[in-house]
Design a protein around this ligand. Structure first.
Ligand SMILES: O=C(O)C1=C[C@@H](OP(=O)(O)O)[C@@H](O)[C@H](O)C1
Ligand SMILES: C=C(OP(=O)(O)O)C(=O)O
Length: 429
């Protein structure tokens, strides 16, 4: 396991592009594979998570070619997937496992999903429960709570489901099962989570209707392959938005970032803290809004973060914690208990790391209170095997008084291959 040492930065300046959106990349492979005809994807994220999804569909007989520019998927139609001869390895990817569980529940074959030790520790009942109500046959460790999951495909029927969590993975798993179910499937959620499945499935020709509080899918519609342009991942851009906000004199432009309103919580939160962010050249690319984001250094102040913005910024909290650590006052995060069931418990992981850097952090069951400091202490930080913790502490290291070493940074390849090089490329020392 490789560790990495970050030196403090004098400034960060430049114009960059971040890799493709992870959520959209997963979905492009999944929906393209069960569509009729060819789907061509440009901007596909070649991170380990999205590649796990790609390999899973190859293992189910789908021809997927990558020439380094475009990923081309020769769709097999709604009922054309083949029974995989081995366990489908989802690696570290919750999105792969949960969405695949929904999709596989309605097939006419048997399949098994597993993943790395982090994924095997994450809760799966949140999808297994509602899918079972639709008639799915899914077994797993701990009474179906933990992977490996064994799925005997079966006939499904539509349900109405009120999800207790605002989770796009839960919503999308049920929607995917709904494509195969008899009748209509309705999912409601407390706050709107990312809506890429809704947008993309509709564009592929599925019967998907959204309404305030939820989504309705009608089963049986054939999908048609199409071209997809994957925008830059706002969750990856977030590390640079925070770096640009906390390093004095910084100015960065991040080109071609997806700004779907269900993902822009990071922008709302940072601007609420006083960050200097500007959206330039707003445009639409195959059904998703895109912009260039300019960020300049500005002193930050603490704020309260809760409610509907939480699912709109769910993966950005480790980076937001770093911004809060440098903000004046105490930032209070609540309603964010979902952070405890990610690749690691991200509340405990960030509290631990920020304390090592000299910050006062109080953990609460559903969030944390972070009291900002004017400079971080040099420290040895731990990624806990979580890509977003690793990248957040590398950004924190830019404003520390001395060297910050982060353990086990290999996990960054999960979502952001090339992160270190991109960051070092904009740092001035
Ligand atoms: O649907 C998706 O693509 C994702 C949904 C989110 O998970 P939850 O649905 O568990 O909140 C997010 O954390 C993950 O990185 C990607
Ligand atoms: C939580 C994440 O992804 P997943 O749930 O797909 O593992 C993430 O990328 O931060």
């Amino acid at each position: 396991m490789q560790s990495y040492t970050v030196q403090p930065a004098k400034s960060v300046r430049g114009e960059i592009r971040v890799p493709g959106d992870k959520s959209i990349s997963h979905r492009s492979i999944m929906f393209g594979s069960i569509a009729n005809g060819v789907t061509k994807v440009s901007g596909f994220l070649r991170g380990e998570d999205a590649l796990a999804t790609l390999e899973a569909f190859r293992a189910m007989g789908v021809q997927i070619d990558d020439d380094g520019e475009t990923v081309t998927i020769v769709g097999k139609g709604l009922h054309g997937l083949e029974e995989p001869t081995d366990v489908l390895d989802c690696g570290n990817s919750g999105t792969s496992m949960r969405l695949l569980t929904g999709l596989l529940a309605g097939q006419s074959f048997f399949s098994v999903l597993s993943g790395d030790k982090y994924l095997r520790a994450r809760p799966m009942k949140r999808v297994v429960g509602p899918l079972s109500k639709m008639g799915a046959h899914i077994g797993g460790r701990a009474g179906g709570e933990k992977a490996p999951l064994a799925i005997q495909g079966s006939k499904l029927k539509g349900i109405e489901y009120d999800s207790p969590v605002s989770s796009a993975q839960v919503k999308s798993a049920i929607m995917l099962a709904g494509l195969y179910a008899e009748g209509e499937t309705v999912v409601r959620e407390p706050h709107l989570s990312r809506d890429h499945s809704e947008r993309m499935l509709r564009a592929f020709g599925a019967h998907v209707e959204t309404f305030p509080g939820g989504v309705k899918v009608r089963g049986g519609a054939e999908l048609t392959g199409r071209d997809i342009v994957v925008p830059g991942d706002i969750s990856s851009a977030a590390f640079f938005m925070v770096a640009g906000s906390i390093v004095p004199g910084a100015e960065l432009v991040i080109k071609g970032v997806g700004i779907n309103p269900t993902r822009t919580g990071i922008i709302d939160i940072l601007m609420g803290m006083g960050a200097d962010l500007e959206l330039l050249h707003e445009r639409d690319e195959t059904g998703e809004p895109v912009a260039d984001i300019r960020v300049r250094y500005a002193p930050l102040k603490a704020m309260a973060i809760s409610g509907e913005v939480v699912p709109r910024a769910i993966d950005e909290f480790p980076a937001i914690c770093v911004a809060a650590a440098l903000a004046e006052g105490t930032t209070v995060v609540s309603g964010a208990e979902e952070l405890r069931v990610k690749e690691t418990d991200r509340i405990t992981a960030m509290a631990d790391n920020l304390r090592r850097a000299g910050v006062t952090v109080v953990e609460t069951p559903d969030g944390m209170e972070i009291t900002g400091v004017s400079a971080l202490k040099a420290c040895a930080a731990d990624s806990f095997g979580d890509h977003r913790i690793a990248m957040s502490m590398m950004v924190a290291g830019l404003v520390a008084q001395g060297e910050t070493t982060i353990s086990d940074v290999d996990c960054i390849a999960t979502s952001f291959p090339g992160f270190r090089e991109l960051l070092e490329g904009v740092v001035q020392r």
